[in-house]
Write a protein that binds this ligand. Structure first.
Ligand code: RB5
Length: 149
């Protein structure tokens, strides 16, 4: 399968059940899911899980990534430290659609202590079904990339 339909998932201990629900949901849509875990509930550190998923996307091994922690905030911050990553934390479907249409986000972050499973799956669907609009938005995304150069 091409990497176009390959997506990496990663979380800390606070979001294991939601991550697994998302994996099942998107696999049923035909996505090839690379699930980096963890699978056991011991407390762990969100930066390393955010970095691992972000590196898979930045390297081109996966087209997109979804990361999760308690709030979605810490793991989003870690993912965004990897060059080429544009990760937004979303608690609503509108924002999830817009971060792809306007910001060309290649990663989505979710807070398992913020959103329930039903809303999280709606947010994931909005993110995956949206497309970057380019044009004036590309100019602005290029400005972000220039900051990394
Ligand atoms: C873990 O307790 C919690 O701090 C983490 O999941 C996340 O919410 C950090 O941003």
């Amino acid at each position: 399968m091409s990497t176009d339909r390959r997506i990496v998932l990663s979380s800390d201990h606070a979001a294991i059940a939601l991550r697994q629900a998302i994996a099942t949901h998107i696999a049923a849509q035909g996505w090839e899911v690379v699930d980096l875990g963890p699978t056991t509930p011991e407390s762990t550190h969100y930066p390393k899980h955010g970095e691992a998923a972000a590196r898979a996307v930045a390297a081109g091994d996966c087209a997109l990534g979804i990361v999760l922690c308690g709030t979605g905030q810490g793991i989003m911050m870690a993912a965004n430290k990897v060059r080429g990553i544009r990760c937004g934390v979303c608690s609503d479907a509108f924002s999830a659609r817009m971060i792809r249409q306007h910001n060309d986000a290649n990663m989505l972050s979710l807070g398992a202590r913020v959103v329930g499973e039903g809303l999280a799956l709606e947010i994931v669907d909005a993110f995956l079904n949206a497309r970057f609009e380019g044009g004036r938005h590309a100019t602005r995304v290029d400005m972000i990339a220039a900051m990394e150069a």
